[in-house]
Structure formats: structure tokens, C-alpha cells
Design a protein around this ligand. Structure first.
Ligand SMILES: *Cc1c(COP(=O)(O)O)cnc(C)c1O
Length: 394
């Protein structure tokens, strides 16, 4: 395989991050975000889907430098709470560029959003539609539908969305209550490895929108949610394949109507920009007969690596003793675990990781592609460990 332009850019990003780490020697664990990579990824998504409104999902990485950079690039934002609204507004986003996409919200949080100028909401229940009519009168509402997230590494299950039939009724209700029944939203599951993973939901969205248009309402919009993937140990298909599949699916299901389209990427914008530097705390064995060493890092499930639950996300690793890129350093199998006194704080015991036989306490283990869903998941002080610090390089 030849080195692609994107690989070359990532290589440069890793070099910038390593220079920062060598020079500043920050305390570990820490996350370092390469801001040029964030800009690159945003630009790539915009270029791949030029007619689509991009709403960055703030929860993926709410670091102010990241949100500010994306606001300056012209991104819109998917938020889930008053604090995320304030963050985006403070960093230069216009209220019209914010979608309150969390279907689970308190009435007073709806009122707060409305007061700050937010006029676009996602809902999936009658109670919430009625609360929107009361506390955000005249606003636009997208109804979220339940979808099959086959192909997703990190599916959303049944927590969000309602049946297409119910969504159709709730859009009618929204119109009766004076809201703008804007259209349909869904989330095809995070880290969606199948470029066709949006197709079933797009079909449902088209059916709802076309049916309501035939009745005289005028929904226009489909919100494709998140799901665009990032490269971890498993490399996903290229972004262009997703753009082609999504564009074809919309054209096929909407027939001659051409909908407004929104997308809410989180992971795809920030994951590959980030590297977590950790330190080895302990290397041990559980018995004389078990070949596998246990490597305990100073970061674990509660320090920001929540997505290792079920070993769903497997980060590529690099160590200060080499041993990962077939460099001839002798390696052996390991179980990786975090530093807390919680039995679930084990990162990988089924995913096959091999690390240098020479690995010792004090060595560094870097987790690559760790810019998404890490710092934002870090607990405040479980067992007294501080939350994951974030540094940005330009
Ligand atoms: C988390 C979330 C996203 C982002 O998902 P990714 O898979 O990280 O792209 C988008 N939309 C909604 C509503 C979300 O909850």
C-alpha cells in the first residue's frame, strides 16, 4: 500500500504531538489534540458532503480550542445541555447554528435554550413536543426515529427515537401546536463501519417526510446524526464511500424531492487528532504458568477510556520502547488495565495486544486516535485520580 496524503498528514500530526510531549513533559495521563488535524477532518467532511449542514457533536470533545476552531471554520453544533449551548455561544457560534439534539431535556433547559436564541430541537416523545411548544414556541422540531444500527461498533440501542408511525403523528402534533415540523432525525450508531448503514433510516425518513408533504405539511429536512467512523486498530472504508452511499440513498428514497440534509459528526472530526500519553504503573503476572503479563497504565476506564467497555474501541498503541510497528523489538501478549480499585477497570483482555518484553514501570504507552470520547468521559476524581488533562498543539 502506498502512503496516502491523509496518512502523510497524520504522520505530521503525530510528529507535532511528540515534539510537544518531548518539550513540555506534561504530567501523565494527558490528551494532546492536534488542531490542524481537527481542521483537516472538518474540511474533509465538508468537501465530501458539500450540500450538507455539518453540526459538530460537542460531546465528542468539548475542548474550547476545538469548538472555537470549528466555529471559525463555519461549523454548526449539536448540543445536549445548557452548558454545551453556552460553550458554543461563548466560542463564537451563532444561536442559529445550534441544534439541541438531545430528546431528553428538562422544560427549564428548553426555556434556557430558547432564551439564548436556539430555535432547532430534536424530540422523540409527546411530552417533549408539548414542552417545546410551551417553552420554545414557534421553534423547528425534528422527530427522531428508532433505527437498526447494524454495522455500528458502538450502537445506540433503543434509548432514543420512536417508531416511524409515532414520529409521523408527533410531527402532525408539532404543527398543530404551532411548532415547525421540520423533519426527521436519527443516529445510525457510532463508528458505523458500513457505508450503507444509513440506508434503512433514510428510507423511513423519506417515507415520513413525503407522506406529510402529501398531507399539506412541509417538512424539508433529514438529520443523519453521527456515525462517521475514525481509524483505530480496524481501518474503516474511506469517507468518500460514505458520502457516495449516503448521497445515492437520499436520491433513491426521496425521489424527485430534494431534502435539506444535516449531519452530526463527532468522532470523525476529532478522534484522529488526539493522542493520549500514559505511563506504565506496574507490570505483573498472575501465575507462573500464564504467559500473559498484566500491564497497568495510569489511565483506565474512569480516566477517559470509557469506550473500552466491551472492548468496542481498540486504540492503536505505541510505547517508549518501540515494539509495535514490526521494529524487531521482542514482544509478548498483555492484558491492559487501569489504575483504579474498580474490578471493571480493565481495558483489554480479549483484544490481542502485544507489548515489548522489556516494558517497565515509568515507560510511556501512547494511545493513538484518542481525541473522541475520552476527556469528556473522564470522571472528576474516582479514587482521587484527577480528570484527564487536555493540551492542544497548533
Ligand atoms: C453523539 C451523537 C452524535 C455524534 O456521533 P458520532 O458517532 O461521534 O459521530 C451525533 N448526534 C447525536 C444526536 C449524538 O448523540
Amino acid at each position: 500500500m502506498t502512503t496516502s496524503f491523509a496518512d502523510q498528514r497524520l504522520h505530521e500530526a503525530m510528529a507535532r504531538i511528540r515534539r510537544f510531549l518531548d518539550h513540555e513533559q506534561p504530567d501523565t495521563p494527558c490528551l494532546v489534540i492536534d488542531l490542524p488535524t481537527v481542521r483537516d477532518r472538518f474540511t474533509a467532511v465538508r468537501a465530501a458532503l458539500p450540500q450538507v449542514g455539518i453540526f459538530y457533536a460537542v460531546k465528542a470533545n468539548p475542548t474550547p480550542d476545538v469548538v472555537g476552531l470549528l466555529a471559525a471554520e463555519g461549523s454548526s453544533f449539536d448540543v445536549a445541555s445548557p452548558a454545551e449551548i453556552d460553550l458554543c455561544l461563548e466560542l463564537g457560534a451563532a444561536p442559529e447554528a445550534i441544534s439541541y439534539s438531545n430528546p431528553i431535556k428538562k422544560a427549564r433547559d428548553i426555556a434556557y435554550a430558547y432564551d439564548r436564541g436556539v430555535r432547532l430541537f430534536v424530540s422523540d416523545s409527546e411530552q417533549d413536543v408539548r414542552a417545546l411548544a410551551e417553552h420554545a414556541p414557534g421553534s423547528s422540531v425534528l422527530l427522531r426515529i428508532l433505527v437498526n444500527s447494524k454495522g455500528s461498533t458502538y450502537p445506540f440501542g433503543k434509548k432514543f427515537g420512536c417508531s416511524p408511525e409515532m414520529a409521523t403523528d408527533l410531527l402532525r402534533l408539532a404543527a398543530e401546536l404551532g411548532l415547525v415540523p421540520l423533519g426527521v432525525a436519527f443516529h445510525a450508531g457510532s463508528q458505523q463501519l458500513d457505508p450503507n448503514g444509513w440506508d434503512g433510516a433514510i428510507a423511513d425518513a423519506a417515507e415520513i417526510i413525503l407522506k406529510l408533504r402529501a398531507e399539506g405539511l412541509s417538512p424539508t429536512t433529514v438529520n443523519l446524526g453521527g456515525g462517521l467512523p475514525a481509524g483505530y486498530l480496524t481501518q474503516p472504508p474511506p469517507l468518500a464511500d460514505y458520502a457516495a452511499a449516503i448521497t445515492a440513498s437520499i436520491a433513491r428514497h426521496f425521489d424527485e424531492f430534494s431534502p435539506e440534509v444535516m449531519i452530526e459528526p463527532g468522532r470523525a472530526i476529532v478522534a484522529e487528532s488526539g493522542l493520549i500519553r500514559s505511563e506504565v504503573v506496574l507490570v505483573s503476572r498472575k501465575s507462573y504458568s500464564d504467559e500473559r503479563r498484566w500491564v497497568f497504565l495510569d489511565i483506565g476506564r474512569y480516566g477517559g477510556l470509557a469506550e473500552t467497555e466491551g472492548e468496542a474501541i481498540a486504540y492503536p498503541l505505541a510505547t517508549s520502547r518501540g515494539g509495535v510497528l514490526h521494529d524487531g523489538v521482542p514482544v509478548g501478549p498483555v492484558v491492559l488495565a487501569g489504575p483504579t480499585c474498580d474490578a471493571d477497570d480493565v481495558l483489554y483482555q480479549n483484544t490481542c495486544y502485544e507489548l515489548p518484553l522489556e516494558l517497565r514501570a515509568g515507560d510511556h504507552v501512547d494511545l493513538i486516535g484518542a481525541g473522541a470520547y475520552t476527556a469528556s468521559y473522564s470522571s472528576v476524581a474516582f479514587n482521587g485520580f484527577p480528570p484527564l488533562a487536555t493540551h492542544c498543539v497548533r
